[in-house]
Design a protein. Structure first.
Length: 201
Protein backbone atom coordinates (compact mmCIF):
# COMPACT_ATOMS: atom_id res chain seq x y z
CA UNK A 1 0.00 0.00 0.00
CA UNK A 2 1.19 3.49 -0.83
CA UNK A 3 1.26 6.01 1.95
CA UNK A 4 -2.11 7.69 2.36
CA UNK A 5 -3.67 10.83 3.75
CA UNK A 6 -2.09 10.19 7.13
CA UNK A 7 1.10 11.56 5.66
CA UNK A 8 1.56 15.23 6.45
CA UNK A 9 0.67 17.61 3.64
CA UNK A 10 3.38 20.02 2.55
CA UNK A 11 1.89 21.50 -0.63
CA UNK A 12 2.67 25.18 -0.68
CA UNK A 13 -0.41 27.37 -0.49
CA UNK A 14 1.36 30.48 -1.75
CA UNK A 15 -0.40 32.45 -4.46
CA UNK A 16 0.60 31.29 -7.92
CA UNK A 17 2.94 33.78 -9.54
CA UNK A 18 5.05 34.11 -12.63
CA UNK A 19 7.96 31.68 -12.84
CA UNK A 20 10.43 34.52 -13.41
CA UNK A 21 13.38 33.94 -11.13
CA UNK A 22 12.06 30.58 -9.86
CA UNK A 23 12.70 27.06 -11.07
CA UNK A 24 11.07 23.88 -9.80
CA UNK A 25 13.69 21.66 -8.17
CA UNK A 26 13.57 18.31 -6.36
CA UNK A 27 12.88 18.78 -2.67
CA UNK A 28 10.82 21.93 -3.14
CA UNK A 29 7.12 22.04 -2.31
CA UNK A 30 4.83 21.81 -5.33
CA UNK A 31 2.57 24.87 -5.64
CA UNK A 32 -1.07 24.07 -4.98
CA UNK A 33 -3.54 24.95 -7.70
CA UNK A 34 -7.16 24.71 -8.75
CA UNK A 35 -7.97 24.09 -12.41
CA UNK A 36 -11.00 22.86 -14.33
CA UNK A 37 -10.85 19.50 -16.07
CA UNK A 38 -12.04 18.95 -19.62
CA UNK A 39 -15.26 17.46 -18.21
CA UNK A 40 -15.95 20.66 -16.29
CA UNK A 41 -15.00 19.50 -12.81
CA UNK A 42 -12.70 21.46 -10.46
CA UNK A 43 -9.39 19.79 -9.65
CA UNK A 44 -6.99 20.77 -6.88
CA UNK A 45 -3.55 19.38 -6.31
CA UNK A 46 -4.21 19.39 -2.57
CA UNK A 47 -7.17 17.04 -3.13
CA UNK A 48 -4.53 14.34 -3.51
CA UNK A 49 -2.64 14.91 -0.29
CA UNK A 50 -0.85 11.81 0.90
CA UNK A 51 -0.65 10.37 -2.62
CA UNK A 52 1.95 10.29 -5.35
CA UNK A 53 1.11 12.65 -8.22
CA UNK A 54 2.51 12.86 -11.74
CA UNK A 55 2.00 16.08 -13.68
CA UNK A 56 2.38 15.96 -17.46
CA UNK A 57 2.39 19.17 -19.50
CA UNK A 58 0.49 18.52 -22.71
CA UNK A 59 -0.17 20.06 -26.13
CA UNK A 60 -1.61 17.66 -28.77
CA UNK A 61 -0.31 19.90 -31.57
CA UNK A 62 3.29 19.36 -30.51
CA UNK A 63 5.27 16.69 -32.45
CA UNK A 64 7.09 15.69 -29.27
CA UNK A 65 3.79 15.05 -27.50
CA UNK A 66 2.61 13.15 -30.58
CA UNK A 67 5.78 11.03 -30.38
CA UNK A 68 4.88 9.78 -26.92
CA UNK A 69 1.18 9.28 -27.66
CA UNK A 70 1.56 7.78 -31.14
CA UNK A 71 4.04 5.26 -29.73
CA UNK A 72 1.68 4.71 -26.75
CA UNK A 73 4.58 5.46 -24.42
CA UNK A 74 2.64 8.04 -22.40
CA UNK A 75 -0.49 5.91 -22.20
CA UNK A 76 1.64 2.98 -21.08
CA UNK A 77 3.05 4.99 -18.19
CA UNK A 78 -0.41 6.26 -17.26
CA UNK A 79 -1.77 2.71 -17.17
CA UNK A 80 1.25 1.19 -15.41
CA UNK A 81 1.40 3.69 -12.58
CA UNK A 82 -2.24 4.72 -12.39
CA UNK A 83 -2.87 1.11 -11.41
CA UNK A 84 -0.56 1.66 -8.43
CA UNK A 85 -2.80 4.37 -6.98
CA UNK A 86 -0.71 7.17 -8.43
CA UNK A 87 -2.66 10.24 -9.51
CA UNK A 88 -1.73 11.23 -13.07
CA UNK A 89 -2.79 14.71 -14.19
CA UNK A 90 -2.28 16.11 -17.69
CA UNK A 91 -2.14 19.93 -17.89
CA UNK A 92 -2.64 22.00 -21.04
CA UNK A 93 -1.39 25.60 -20.74
CA UNK A 94 -1.97 26.56 -24.38
CA UNK A 95 -3.55 30.00 -24.61
CA UNK A 96 -6.91 30.24 -26.41
CA UNK A 97 -5.57 32.57 -29.11
CA UNK A 98 -2.92 30.05 -30.25
CA UNK A 99 -3.67 27.80 -33.22
CA UNK A 100 -2.75 24.73 -31.14
CA UNK A 101 -5.48 25.50 -28.61
CA UNK A 102 -8.21 22.89 -28.22
CA UNK A 103 -11.48 23.55 -26.44
CA UNK A 104 -12.15 21.28 -23.46
CA UNK A 105 -14.52 18.96 -25.30
CA UNK A 106 -12.09 18.60 -28.22
CA UNK A 107 -9.15 17.91 -25.90
CA UNK A 108 -11.22 15.39 -23.97
CA UNK A 109 -12.09 13.68 -27.27
CA UNK A 110 -8.45 13.64 -28.35
CA UNK A 111 -7.38 12.03 -25.09
CA UNK A 112 -10.12 9.41 -25.40
CA UNK A 113 -9.21 8.65 -29.02
CA UNK A 114 -5.57 8.18 -28.01
CA UNK A 115 -6.52 5.82 -25.19
CA UNK A 116 -4.99 8.14 -22.61
CA UNK A 117 -5.57 7.31 -18.96
CA UNK A 118 -4.78 10.37 -16.84
CA UNK A 119 -6.96 10.85 -13.77
CA UNK A 120 -7.91 14.18 -15.35
CA UNK A 121 -6.91 16.49 -18.18
CA UNK A 122 -6.78 20.06 -16.91
CA UNK A 123 -7.23 23.40 -18.66
CA UNK A 124 -4.71 26.13 -17.73
CA UNK A 125 -5.79 28.65 -20.34
CA UNK A 126 -4.31 31.70 -18.62
CA UNK A 127 -1.01 29.87 -18.04
CA UNK A 128 -0.81 30.76 -14.34
CA UNK A 129 -0.18 27.20 -13.20
CA UNK A 130 2.31 26.49 -15.97
CA UNK A 131 4.29 29.59 -15.08
CA UNK A 132 4.13 28.79 -11.38
CA UNK A 133 5.67 25.41 -12.17
CA UNK A 134 8.15 26.87 -14.67
CA UNK A 135 6.75 24.46 -17.27
CA UNK A 136 8.77 25.18 -20.37
CA UNK A 137 8.08 22.39 -22.84
CA UNK A 138 5.50 19.83 -23.87
CA UNK A 139 5.97 17.38 -22.45
CA UNK A 140 7.47 18.57 -19.16
CA UNK A 141 7.15 16.04 -16.34
CA UNK A 142 6.89 16.41 -12.56
CA UNK A 143 6.61 13.78 -9.85
CA UNK A 144 5.26 14.94 -6.47
CA UNK A 145 5.59 12.72 -3.40
CA UNK A 146 2.97 12.22 -0.66
CA UNK A 147 4.56 15.05 1.32
CA UNK A 148 3.81 17.41 -1.57
CA UNK A 149 7.42 17.82 -2.71
CA UNK A 150 9.03 17.33 -6.09
CA UNK A 151 11.12 14.17 -6.42
CA UNK A 152 11.58 14.44 -10.18
CA UNK A 153 11.42 17.37 -12.60
CA UNK A 154 12.30 17.33 -16.28
CA UNK A 155 12.17 15.31 -19.48
CA UNK A 156 10.26 12.09 -19.96
CA UNK A 157 13.34 10.34 -21.37
CA UNK A 158 16.83 10.81 -22.78
CA UNK A 159 16.05 10.65 -26.52
CA UNK A 160 15.51 14.27 -27.42
CA UNK A 161 13.73 13.72 -30.72
CA UNK A 162 10.20 13.73 -32.12
CA UNK A 163 10.64 10.27 -33.64
CA UNK A 164 8.29 7.66 -32.09
CA UNK A 165 10.81 4.98 -33.03
CA UNK A 166 13.28 6.36 -30.51
CA UNK A 167 11.05 5.45 -27.57
CA UNK A 168 12.13 1.80 -27.60
CA UNK A 169 15.80 2.64 -27.09
CA UNK A 170 15.34 5.51 -24.64
CA UNK A 171 15.97 5.65 -20.91
CA UNK A 172 12.63 6.61 -19.39
CA UNK A 173 13.43 8.98 -16.53
CA UNK A 174 9.84 9.04 -15.25
CA UNK A 175 9.48 5.26 -15.00
CA UNK A 176 12.88 4.92 -13.34
CA UNK A 177 12.17 7.70 -10.84
CA UNK A 178 8.77 6.28 -9.92
CA UNK A 179 10.10 2.75 -9.49
CA UNK A 180 12.92 3.98 -7.27
CA UNK A 181 10.71 6.27 -5.22
CA UNK A 182 7.99 3.67 -4.69
CA UNK A 183 10.64 1.21 -3.54
CA UNK A 184 11.74 3.69 -0.89
CA UNK A 185 15.00 4.49 -2.68
CA UNK A 186 16.52 7.85 -3.51
CA UNK A 187 15.79 8.93 -7.08
CA UNK A 188 19.06 8.52 -8.98
CA UNK A 189 18.27 11.15 -11.60
CA UNK A 190 15.99 13.69 -9.95
CA UNK A 191 16.31 16.55 -12.43
CA UNK A 192 16.88 16.76 -16.18
CA UNK A 193 16.48 19.41 -18.85
CA UNK A 194 13.06 19.04 -20.51
CA UNK A 195 12.74 18.86 -24.27
CA UNK A 196 9.88 19.41 -26.68
CA UNK A 197 7.83 22.32 -27.99
CA UNK A 198 7.69 25.52 -25.99
CA UNK A 199 4.55 25.91 -23.89
CA UNK A 200 2.20 28.22 -25.81
CA UNK A 201 1.54 30.83 -23.13
Amino acid sequence: MLRNAAVALCFTTATLVSSAGWTANPGQAAPDFTLTSTDGKPARLSDHKGKWVVLEWLNPGCPYVQKHYDSRNMQGLQKEFGGKEIVWLAVNSTKPSHYDYMKPAALQGWMKDKGGMPRATLMDEDGKVGRAYDARTTPHMYIVNPEGKFVYVGAIDDRRSANPGDVKTSKNFVRTALNEALAGKAVTTASTSPYGCTVKY
